[in-house]
Ligand binder design. Structure first.
Ligand SMILES: [Zn+2]
Length: 122
């Protein structure tokens, strides 16, 4: 992956984060780490595109984004990942992570995106 692709992917991601963070996590501080490689995987054989580390008791979170994994996504898929990772912060106080949290976050992501019209290309 060359520098131009990396910069383009990061720019697309930042555009979506500027849009979605205030909608979903208005009172939170969220820092983003853009990683030029994998961000780890909790499921063997699956590429993890991003991982959210919420300190929900402080409304504080760090999200690590794997730029190479995300560069292969189209705009719709990238937006789904952004909403999904931000929603991990919302549900974190009610869960202990794992498959149940993934399912809840995946369902919430679909519900949230259902209310928004298709966006213009990034
Ligand atoms: Zn997830």
């Amino acid at each position: 992956m060359n520098k131009r692709e990396t910069a383009r992917t990061q720019k697309r991601l930042e555009t979506l984060l500027v849009e979605w963070k205030p909608k979903l996590l208005r009172a939170w501080r969220v820092s983003h780490v853009f990683v030029d490689g994998p961000v780890g995987s909790s499921v063997p054989g699956r590429v993890t595109q991003a991982t959210c580390i919420p300190a929900w008791e402080y409304k504080d979170a760090e999200i690590r984004w794997s730029i190479p994994a995300l560069s292969e996504l189209d705009d719709i898929e990238l937006e789904e990942i952004v909403v999904h990772e931000l929603l991990h912060c919302v549900v974190a106080p009610s869960t202990r992570g794992g498959k149940r949290e993934e399912m809840v976050v995946t369902d919430l992501t679909a519900l949230v995106l259902m209310d928004y019209p298709p966006r213009p290309p990034l």
